[in-house]
Design a protein around this ligand. Structure first.
Ligand SMILES: Cc1cc2nc3c(=O)[nH]c(=O)nc-3n(C[C@H](O)[C@H](O)[C@H](O)COP(=O)(O)OP(=O)(O)OC[C@H]3O[C@@H](n4cnc5c(N)ncnc54)[C@H](O)[C@@H]3O)c2cc1C
Length: 473
């Protein structure tokens, strides 16, 4: 069995495959190819020299979807779960020259508490009045729509640009004209079909939601990267090929030849009976084009965009004022490069080695900022530090800036994404020895990525059973 990609999806696939083999009382040889020298892909944490925790990608995960919580339980990491400091969604949006808190009662991108929304100065008076049209506009025809078609048309352009798009940009690579609402926020379409209004639907959902003992988002005491080490230690017997980039996947009689190139320039070829490709879809597309050209064509239609974070360490006294809240978002028409920031030391316990250190993590990237690929890390770190000084009136330069550049960043689910997935599933029906997994398909959040890896494992396991696996990987 071959697995390409040692990010969370590839590791969850490996973990589930070993469990399936164990439950069946069979042995299974698994070869895991990872281009980098370390496992985890976007999930990685490390302490900086100044003493703040730097996350490459995720700093938390949604608890409402159980796959990751269950996995943490299985690998004995549940006792490392931590909740955010303060349960309220204490974020602000920077617009019209200052930080403006998100009103209370925001549900699924839309105000559930209309009174709180009308009282908040997040939007101009005209913008707030325009949003009310949602209450009496006729619902759009059924089918997939873009974020602009749903939010822009019902709540207005100001709401779209200054609230919905910044909120989405923190999770998805979001171009409002391209982003599929059916694939990313299907609840909004349900609001329209059931309640004929986004705000009425959000209010109904908020009232019905059972109060959970679990905070909505959680993290791990030593950073999300600790998940990778723990998961890795629960993969006994897996042949890990680190620094090994798969270059081609080709038919070899009734088996599959996986050709990889190592960082020192050597090439290897491995024959496997089945393969899971757990890379971003466009990378999978390149690898699968020889054996499954139609599938590769579909996969190539799911792009990813650069995601960049810069984690700054400041001395506490460098920042005047109380610096409350978990962070802020910045709409793209505000003339700033950063799209938002998280005050990591406010949001989570234990994110710096001293109470005198403040860690602020700025976000950049997405479809509107692909050109930042050409800008050096140092230039970006200086530019965003200047913006930080402007927003927070910071009196000193940061002690340090750690730039994390994820070239294959978050995938973009464009309008028609669900139809594309159905087409991909149909094409995979004729290839039981193949599965694809990862954030490019049915959710970018960590729980969805875990589930995707587990489903891929079950799929190829069934495929192997049908074709009676031979000895060897
Ligand atoms: C800045 C940022 C912040 C995020 N924040 C959150 C958050 O707070 N909460 C949340 O739930 N999610 C968050 N996400 C999303 C989440 O981190 C990702 O969706 C998830 O980690 C993707 O996992 P994956 O295994 O699908 O992909 P990846 O992590 O990209 O793993 C793919 C792996 O495949 C390897 N690979 C690629 N090509 C080849 C090849 N040819 N041969 C061998 N190996 C190859 C890569 O090196 C990589 O290790 C964030 C993402 C980013 C970028």
């Amino acid at each position: 069995m071959g697995i390409v990609g040692g990010g969370l999806a590839g590791l969850a696939t490996s973990h589930r495959l070993l469990a399936l083999a164990e439950a069946a009382g069979q042995s299974l040889d698994v070869v895991l190819f990872e281009r980098d020298r370390t496992l985890g892909g976007k999930v990685h944490s490390q302490w900086s020299e100044a003493g703040v925790l730097v996350e490459r990608g995720p700093d938390s995960f949604l608890t409402r979807k159980p796959a990751l919580l269950d996995l943490l339980e299985e690998i004995g990491l549940s006792d490392q779960l931590i909740a955010t400091n303060g349960t309220a969604l204490s974020s602000a949006i920077y617009c019209r020259g200052r930080m403006r808190p998100l009103p209370a009662g925001m549900g699924a991108l839309v105000p559930a508490d209309i009174t709180a929304f009308l009282r908040s100065d997040l939007l101009t008076v005209g913008g707030r009045m325009r949003a009310l049209r949602d209450l009496w506009l006729r619902p759009p025809p059924e089918g997939d729509l873009s974020l602009r078609q749903v939010i822009g048309q019902r709540l207005g352009t100001e709401y779209l640009l200054h609230v919905a798009e910044p909120l989405m940009a923190g999770i998805h690579s979001a171009d409002p004209d391209q982003m599929s609402v059916a694939a990313t926020m299907p609840g909004l379409l349900t609001f329209l079909s059931q309640d004929r209004s986004l705000m009425r639907g959000a209010r109904r959902q908020m009232r019905r939601r059972p109060s959970s003992a679990m905070p909505p988002f959680m993290s791990l005491r030593h950073g999300m990267g600790s998940l990778i080490g723990a998961l890795d230690s629960h993969l006994p017997g897996i042949d890990r090929r680190l620094g090994s980039e798969v270059e081609s996947i080709a038919q070899a009689d009734r088996r599959i030849a996986v050709r990889a190139k190592t960082t020192d320039g050597r090439t290897s070829e491995e024959l496997v009976d089945a393969i899971v490709v757990a890379t971003p879809a466009f990378a999978a597309s390149r690898l699968l084009s020889a054996m499954w050209p139609d599938l590769a064509q579909q996969l190539a239609q799911i792009p990813t965009h650069l995601a960049l974070t810069i984690t700054y360490a400041y001395r506490r006294q460098a920042i005047p004022g109380p610096l409350t809240g978990h962070g802020w978002l910045i709409p793209r028409d505000q003339g700033l490069t950063m799209r938002g920031a998280t005050v990591m030391t406010n949001k989570w316990p234990g994110r710096s080695t001293s109470p005198d250190l403040v860690s602020i993590r700025a976000f950049l990237g997405g479809p509107s900022q692909d050109a930042l690929k050409e800008t050096t890390d140092q230039t970006l770190a200086e530019l965003v530090a200047t913006e930080m000084s402007r927003l927070l009136k910071v009196k000193e330069a940061p002690l340090e800036a750690s730039v994390e550049r994820v070239t294959e960043g978050n995938p973009e689910y464009r309008v028609g994404h669900l139809d594309r997935l159905a087409q991909i599933d149909r094409l995979l029906d004729s290839a039981p020895q193949l599965a694809v997994a990862g954030a490019s398909y049915r959710g970018v959040g960590l729980p969805d990525v875990v589930r995707s890896g587990q489903e891929a494992a079950s799929r190829v396991w069934r495929g192997l059973a049908r074709s009676e696996p031979k000895a060897g990987p």
